[in-house]
Design a protein around this ligand. Structure first.
Ligand code: PMP
Length: 426
C-alpha cells in the first residue's frame, strides 16, 4: 500500500493492524543485534588456519628473523600482497599493525601537530580552526577521530556517485582551513555507493584548490568486499592525482580486518614517498616495528592477489544471503509505500535506509523495545546529528540468517507503524 495516497480510514486500519503486530513482536522477548559491521563467526572461521600456519618457520624470504625487532614499515612480502591486490605501486605501501583506523588517526594527528609536507606544514600552525569535509551519511569512527583532535566537521551530502562535488569544491574555495576529506570510495559505509570516475578525478584535483597541506583520507576499507560479480569498479585515485600534480594529497588506507580476523589482521597505508617519509619519522617515536609474524601468517594464508580474491569469494558466499534477506524484507514490506528509500549495495557491510524525516530516532527506539538493537540514529552524521533524522544503518553481517529474518520483520513493522502514526497526527 502507498501510505502517501491512502485515505485516513485506510491509515487508521493500517495503524490498528500494525500496532497488533508490533505488540506481538514485543511480547516474544527477542534479543537481536544489527548494530555493528562485524564479520560473523562463520567468516572468521575461514582464516582459522592462521593459527599455527608458520609451523616454526620464523625466517622471512629475505632471511630476516621475524621474531625480532625492526621493520617499521612492514616486510616486503606483505607490501607485495597488498600492492598486487589493491593495484598500488609497492614502493608506496607502509604496513601497520592490525588497524587501518589507527593509521588514519595517526596520519591526522601527525598532519595536525607536525605536518606531513615538511617545515611549517602543520595544520595547527595556521591561524584558524582546522576543518574536514565529511560526506554524509558516513562512518562514525572517522567523525570521532575529528572530534577527538578538535577538527571541525562540515557535512556534505552524497548521491549514488559519491559526495556532491560542486558543493565540496565551493566550500574549499571559500575556506583555506579545510584541510581534509574523508572518503570510503568503494561500497561506502553506509550507503554502499561506489564513487564514479568523475568524482574520483575531482577529489584527486582538490589539492589544486585547497593547497599543498590538504589531504584526502581515502579509506578503501571495502575495496575487495564484493557481493555481486558485476559490482562497479573504482577508478585509480593515484592515476588522477598524478595527472593533476597532487600526488602528495592522497593517503590510501585498508586492512584485512574483514578478510581474516577483525581484531588480528594487518593494515596498510599507501602514499607518496614524501608522505611516507614524514609519517615514518613520527611513527618511529612510538614504535620499533609492527608484528611481522602476523604479516608472514597472512602471506602464507592468502599468498597473492588471486588467493586474496578467492578468499573474498568465500566471504561473499556467507554474506550475500544475509543481504538478500534484508533486501527481500525491504522490498516486500516497503517498496511502493512512499515512506522509505534505500540503495541495494553491490558490496561492503551495510544497507543505508532512509525513513520519512523526523522518524529515525523513533524507529530505532521502537525496534529496541521489540528486542532489535540498531545502530543509533544520527551515528552516521558528524556530532551524531542527522538534520533530517531519517538515516538508519543496517548491518546484517554478524547475526544468523534466522535472526536477520526476525529482525527485519520487526524493523519493517516499526517503520510502517511510526510513519502511519506520524501521518495520523499530522
Ligand atoms: N574504515 C571503515 C569505513 C570501516 O567501516 C571500518 C570498520 N568498521 C574500518 C575502517 C576499521 O578498519 P580497521 O579494522 O582496519 O581499523
Amino acid at each position: 500500500m502507498n501510505f502517501q495516497s491512502a485515505s485516513r480510514a485506510q491509515l487508521e486500519a493500517a495503524e490498528a493492524e500494525l500496532a497488533q503486530q508490533y505488540q506481538a513482536h514485543q511480547s516474544s522477548g527477542l534479543s537481536l543485534d544489527l548494530t555493528r559491521g562485524k564479520p560473523s563467526t562463520e567468516q572468521v572461521e575461514l582464516s582459522s588456519s592462521l593459527d599455527g600456519i608458520l609451523a616454526g618457520n620464523y625466517i622471512s624470504e629475505e632471511g630476516v628473523d621475524l621474531r625480532n625487532y625492526g621493520g617499521l614499515d612492514g616486510i616486503p612480502g606483505m607490501k607485495r600482497l597488498f600492492a598486487e591486490t589493491f593495484s598500488i605501486d609497492v614502493s608506496r605501501i607502509l604496513i601497520g599493525g592490525n588497524s587501518s583506523l589507527t593509521l588514519m588517526y595517526q596520519s591526522a594527528l601527525f598532519a595536525l601537530q607536525f605536518g606531513l609536507g615538511g617545515e611549517g606544514s602543520a595544520w595547527n600552525q595556521e591561524s584558524g580552526e582546522v576543518k574536514f569535509i565529511c560526506p554524509v551519511p558516513g562512518y562514525d569512527r572517522h567523525f570521532s577521530v575529528c572530534e577527538h583532535l578538535g577538527i571541525k566537521m562540515i557535512p556534505v551530502a552524497m548521491d549514488e556517485n559519491g559526495p556532491l562535488m560542486d558543493e565540496v569544491e565551493s566550500l574549499i574555495k571559500a575556506d583555506p582551513m579545510i584541510k581534509g576529506i574523508w572518503c570510503v570510495p568503494r561500497f561506502s559505509n553506509p550507503t554502499g555507493c561506489v564513487y564514479s570516475d568523475e568524482v574520483v578525478d575531482r577529489i584527486a584535483a582538490l589539492a589544486g584548490i585547497a593547497g599543498n597541506n590538504f589531504r584526502v583520507f581515502w579509506d578503501n576499507a571495502y575495496a575487495v568486499h564484493i557481493l555481486d560479480d558485476e559490482a562497479k569498479e573504482l577508478a585509480d585515485v593515484f592515476v588522477s592525482a598524478k595527472k593533476h600534480g597532487t600526488e602528495d594529497s592522497v593517503l590510501i588506507f585498508g586492512s584485512t580486518s574483514k578478510v581474516t580476523f577483525a581484531g588480528a589482521g594487518v593494515a596498510f597505508m599507501a602514499a607518496s614517498s614524501s608522505n611516507l617519509a614524514a609519517f615514518k619519522r613520527h611513527l618511529g617515536f612510538s614504535s620499533i616495528g609492527p608484528d611481522k609474524l602476523n604479516q608472514q601468517r597472512h602471506i602464507n594464508l592468502l599468498k597473492d592477489a588471486t588467493g586474496f580474491k578467492a578468499h573474498m569469494t568465500q566471504h561473499a558466499a556467507i554474506l550475500k544471503p544475509r543481504f538478500d534477506i534484508v533486501e527481500k524484507y525491504l522490498i516486500e514490506g516497503l517498496a511502493g509505500s512512499g515512506i522509505a528509500s534505500w540503495l541495494k549495495p553491490q558490496g561492503g557491510y551495510f544497507v543505508s535506509f532512509d525513513s520519512e524525516p523526523g522518524l529515525a530516532k523513533q524507529i530505532v527506539a521502537m525496534a529496541a523495545d521489540a528486542g532489535v538493537k540498531l545502530t543509533p540514529a544520527g551515528a552516521t552524521f558528524p556530532y551524531g546529528h542527522d538534520p533530517k533524522d531519517a538515516n538508519i544503518r543496517l548491518a546484517p553481517s554478524y547475526p544468523s540468517l534466522e535472526e536477520i529474518e526476525q529482525a527485519m520483520a520487526i524493523f519493517v513493522v516499526c517503520v510502517k507503524l511510526a510513519t502511519v502514526r506520524k501521518m495520523l497526527n499530522a
